[in-house]
Design a protein around this ligand. Sequence first.
Ligand code: ADP
Length: 391
Amino acid sequence: MSGPLVGVVNAGSSSLKFALYEAERRVLSGAVDGIGTRRPRARAAEAGGAELAPPLPDPPPATPGEAVTALLPWLRDWLGGRRIAAIGHRVVHGGVRHTRPTLVTPGLLDELEALVPLAPLHEPHNLAPIRAVLTLDPAIPQVACFDTAFHRTMPEVEQAYALPLALHEAGIRRYGFHGLSYEHIASVLPERAPGIAGGRVVAAHLGNGASACAMRAGVSVATTMGFTALDGLPMGTRCGDLDPGVVLHLLRQAGMDARAVEDLLYRRSGMLGLSGGVSSDFRDLLASEDPRAAFAVEVFCHRAARHVASLAGALGGLDGLVFTAGVGENAAPVRAAICRACAWLGVELDEAANAAHGPRISAPGSRVEARVVPTDENRVIVRHTLALVGG
Ligand code: ADP
């Protein structure tokens, strides 16, 4: 091996995903799942495909920060004396100020810590591994890559909720998420789809979390997620857009407290809730014969198509429609339903191309070019990390 090694860390509430890149080539990837449960599991795979099982200590790590510390001895062994040149982290929230990835300093960490109230379910987990590395090896440069940064180009009218202006100024506004994924899409479109890259494109990141973004020449002008990653499209277990009156009703009339409502909206709604508990996973839903599973998928596609239209409105028209992430890249029936519902916007689906997952899924004469473009958030993180540490 040669060239600098860059680590990528993506930490959530119960999992820590990590990868090592040599330049832009992934040489190792892995994850610790089930953090906080009694039996977390660690797995890893080398680029060649060799499966590894990093051991976890007893007691096992209870937080993503502890998971970093727990993995370290194994990682040192694997590295065999090579040094990690830098680590890039996916950080969900960069607030209003951070419009690009930023080199981590203790000052930046304090600033990001102040954003925790804006993303209490994600930000602490993203920051813990950064602190852990800072403690273990302060000499390793670290870069925070924000999911909100790509959307800071959205005009103020797009960011504003119709609440008292003072709240807008206090930071209660549409931030938007999945920015690293959209940045990847924007970066590859000029090569893969030069006909639409400079135009009006809606990109739909349909995964466990789902959102869509309106881009003009690769720049975000509107997006479906808002103040939190709960807004917009329905998701695996999250509700997507919802009349705020429902929340008030649940608090007042149904006797739920904030924690119970949070659990309902984040973990028991979306596809899982709508399907009556069949699954949050589109593979299960599409394979199920339960009519409630079909209903959940139908609601998802309907809402996704409505959002595509709304974003096309923000763009003043539509030239391209891009599908990405787990569902967007793999679920042909979902793409087909969304494209059919967008026929009036000029999307003409090529059924065979769609069944083959594209890359181009619109018919040759289609006014709107529809495509499948695989996302790669890690690559964006690696590129930014190398750029900032001078690799
Ligand atoms: P995350 O938001 O966790 O990164 P992914 O982008 O990996 O999620 O997307 C996960 C979703 O993609 C799941 O609902 C899964 O069912 C769906 N998915 C993955 N592969 C397929 C497939 N072959 N057909 C249908 N859905 C798929």
